[in-house]
Write a protein that binds this ligand. Structure first.
Ligand code: ADP
Length: 498
C-alpha cells in the first residue's frame, strides 16, 4: 500500500509538491507561486501564513491528481529556501511578523557593526559562515528589536523561532513538533557546526533566548506525524534538508569529494567534504550537508549570483533571444564566441572574488561580432564562473572530483554542459531525475521511514540521463580560462572607480 514519497519543496518564489514512487519516478507535481513583498528598497518579505497555505494546497492537489489517500504515502520529506526567518506565538501559532527572506539586506549595517567589533573570525570558526545579512541571526534579532514587546515575550518563552522547514513542521504537526535539521540550523549563524549544537556564545552575543530555538534532529528520521485533520490520516515526516543540501543528497553526493552544481537563476555548487568541516581560504562557506543517525556530512558551498539570469537578461533586457532555450541553437550557429567574453557581474561578483563593486562587461568585440557570439559568450560565462568556484574548492580541499553532477533549469542546455566539461576537463553527469532537490527530500524521508535501507541502495537506483566528456586539450582550456580571467579583471572594482 505505502508506495509513495511526498516531497514538499518550499522555494523562494513558489511552493511545490512532488510525489515520487520508490524508484524516484515523478507521479505528480504541483506548483503555486506566492507573493513577494518589498516594503522598502532592499527588503524582501513573505507572508508565512501564505507559505503554509500554498504548501498545504499543492500537497492536497498533488494527491488528488493521483487519486491517492494518506495511507498510500510512506513519508513526507521537506526541503526549503534556507535562512528565511519566522517568529510565531507558541500559544496561537500566529507569526508576529512577516518572514524575513534570505535575500533581504535590511540588517547590512548590523553586520557591518559585528565586523567592526572584530567578530568575523569568532563567527566563522564556530558557524563556518561569513558575517552577512543572508543568514538568520541578524534577521531574528531585527524582529525581536522591532516588534513591540517581542524580546520580553521571547524571554518569557512565549515565542518560537524557525526557518521555513521548522515552520512547516510546526504547522503540519498541529504545533506538536518544533524541530529543524542541521543543514538548516547551520545557515542561521547561531549553530556550532563542530559541536552540532546551538552555540551558547553566539546566543549571548545576539541575545537570543535558547527556549525559542527548535530542537535539532538528524535530517533523516523522526519529525513527528501530520495532524490527522489535514490529510485524513497521519503521515510521518521523516526527512528534512535545506534546498542546496537536499540537491546534493538527491544527486547521491554521499562520498567525500562528490560535487554538484545547480544552474538556476544563480549558481550553487556544493562539495561533500566528509565528516569534518573544511575551513576555506577562498571565501567559500562550510555548512552541514546532512546528518543520518550520528553520521554528519559537511559541505563546502560557493555561489554565483548571476547564472541562468544572464540568459533572462539576453531575452528581457536586450531582446536578443525569444526564449531561454533559443540560446542553445543560436550559440551553436557559430563555432566559438570568437574571442568575446561576457562577465555578468550585474550585482558584483561572488565566490571566489567577493567584489561588490564589480560590474558587467563585454570584452573582445570586433566588427565581426554577431548576436550569436554574444549569446554564446553569455552561456560560456555560466561555465567560467562555475569553473572558478570549483577551482576554489579544489584549492581548499586538494581534491579533484572525478565528475561534476549537474541540475537546475539551465542544465537542459547541452551546449553549456559540453563547454563546461571542456573547460573543467572532467565529465559532467546529468541525472534522469532533474528534480534533485525534491528527490533529495523524498529520499531522506524514504531512508528515515525504512523504505530504503541505506544511501547505497539509493545510489544503485540513481540513473544518469547524459554524460558529457571533456573534448579539448589542456592548452586550449588554459587559453580560454586565461581570456576569461583577463575579462574578469577588467570588470572588477568598476563601480568604485571614477
Ligand atoms: P530557479 O529555481 O533558480 O528559479 P531554475 O532552476 O528553474 O531556476 O532555472 C531557471 C534559469 O535557467 C533561468 O534563469 C533561465 O534563464 C535559465 N534557463 C532555462 N532554460 C535554459 C536553457 N535551455 N539554456 C540556458 N538557460 C536556461
Amino acid at each position: 500500500m505505502k508506495q509513495y514519497l511526498l516531497a514538499l519543496d518550499q522555494g523562494t518564489t513558489s511552493s511545490r509538491c512532488i510525489i515520487f514512487d520508490t524508484d524516484g519516478k515523478i507521479c505528480s507535481s504541483v506548483q503555486r507561486e506566492f507573493a513577494q513583498l518589498f516594503p522598502h528598497d532592499g527588503w524582501v518579505e513573505h507572508d508565512a501564513t501564505e507559505i503554509w497555505a500554498s504548501q498545504m494546497g499543492v500537497a492536497v492537489e498533488a494527491m488528488l491528481q493521483m487519486g491517492i489517500g494518506a495511507e498510500e504515502i510512506a513519508a513526507i520529506g521537506i526541503t526549503n529556501q534556507r535562512e528565511t526567518t519566522v517568529i510565531w506565538e507558541k500559544s496561537t501559532g500566529k507569526p508576529i511578523y512577516r518572514a524575513i527572506v534570505w535575500q533581504c539586506r535590511r540588517t547590512a549595517q548590523d553586520c557591518d557593526a559585528l565586523r567592526s567589533q572584530g567578530m568575523e573570525e569568532e563567527i566563522r570558526s564556530r558557524t563556518g559562515l561569513l558575517i552577512d545579512p543572508y543568514f538568520s541571526a541578524t534577521k531574528l534579532r531585527w524582529i525581536l528589536d522591532h516588534v513591540e514587546g517581542a524580546q520580553a515575550r521571547a524571554e518569557r518563552g512565549e515565542l518560537l523561532f524557525g526557518t521555513i522547514d521548522t515552520w512547516l513542521i510546526y504547522c503540519l504537526t498541529g504545533g506538536k513538533v518544533h524541530a529543524t535539521d542541521p543543514s538548516n540550523a547551520s545557515r542561521t549563524m547561531l549553530f556550532n557546526i563542530h559541536t552540532m549544537q546551538w552555540d551558547q556564545e553566539l546566543l549571548k552575543l545576539f541575545r537570543i533566548p535558547e527556549g525559542m530555538l527548535p530542537q535539532v534532529r538528524p535530517s533523516s528520521g523522526d519529525f513527528g506525524v501530520t495532524s490527522a485533520r489535514l490529510f485524513g490520516k497521519e503521515i510521518p515526516i521523516c526527512g528534512v534538508a535545506g534546498d542546496q543540501q537536499a540537491a546534493l543528497f538527491g544527486q547521491c553526493g554521499f562520498a567525500r569529494g562528490d560535487v554538484k552544481n545547480t544552474y538556476g537563476t544563480g549558481g550553487f555548487m556544493l562539495m561533500n567534504t566528509g565528516n569534518t568541516p573544511v575551513r576555506s581560504s577562498q571565501g567559500l562557506l562550510s555548512s552541514v550537508g546532512w546528518q543520518i543517525g550520528k553520521d554528519v556530512s559537511y559541505v563546502l558551498e560557493g555561489s554565483v549570483f548571476v547564472c541562468g539570469a544572464v540568459i533572462q537578461w539576453l531575452r528581457d533586457g536586450l531582446g536578443l533571444i525569444k526564449s531561454a532555450a533559443e540560446s542553445e541553437s543560436l550559440a551553436a550557429s557559430v563555432p566559438s564566441s570568437a574571442g568575446v567574453y561576457l562577465v555578468p557581474a550585474f550585482v558584483g561578483l561572488g565566490a571566489p572574488y567577493w567584489d561588490a563593486y564589480a560590474r558587467g562587461g563585454i570584452q573582445g568585440l570586433t566588427r565581426a561580432t554577431t548576436r550569436a557570439h554574444i549569446v554564446r559568450a553569455a552561456l560560456e560565462s555560466m561555465a567560467y564562473q562555475t569553473a572558478d568556484v570549483l577551482a576554489a574548492m579544489q584549492s581548499d580541499t586538494d581534491a579533484t572530483p572525478p565528475a561534476l553532477h549537474v541540475d537546475g533549469g539551465a542544465s537542459a542546455n547541452n551546449l553549456l554542459l559540453q563547454f563546461q566539461s571542456d573547460i573543467l576537463g572532467i565529465p559532467l553527469l546529468r541525472p534522469a531525475c532533474v528534480e534533485s532537490t525534491a528527490w533529495g527530500a523524498a529520499s531522506l524521508a524514504g531512508l528515515g521511514a525504512g523504505v530504503f535501507s541505506s544511501p547505497e541502495e539509493l545510489r544503485q537506483r540513481w540513473q544518469i540521463e547524459k554524460r558529457f566528456l571533456p573534448a579539448r586539450s589542456t592548452k586550449e582550456r588554459e587559453a580560454l580560462l586565461a581570456g576569461w580571467h583577463r575579462a574578469v579583471e577588467r570588470s572588477r572594482r568598476w563601480a568604485e572607480e571614477g
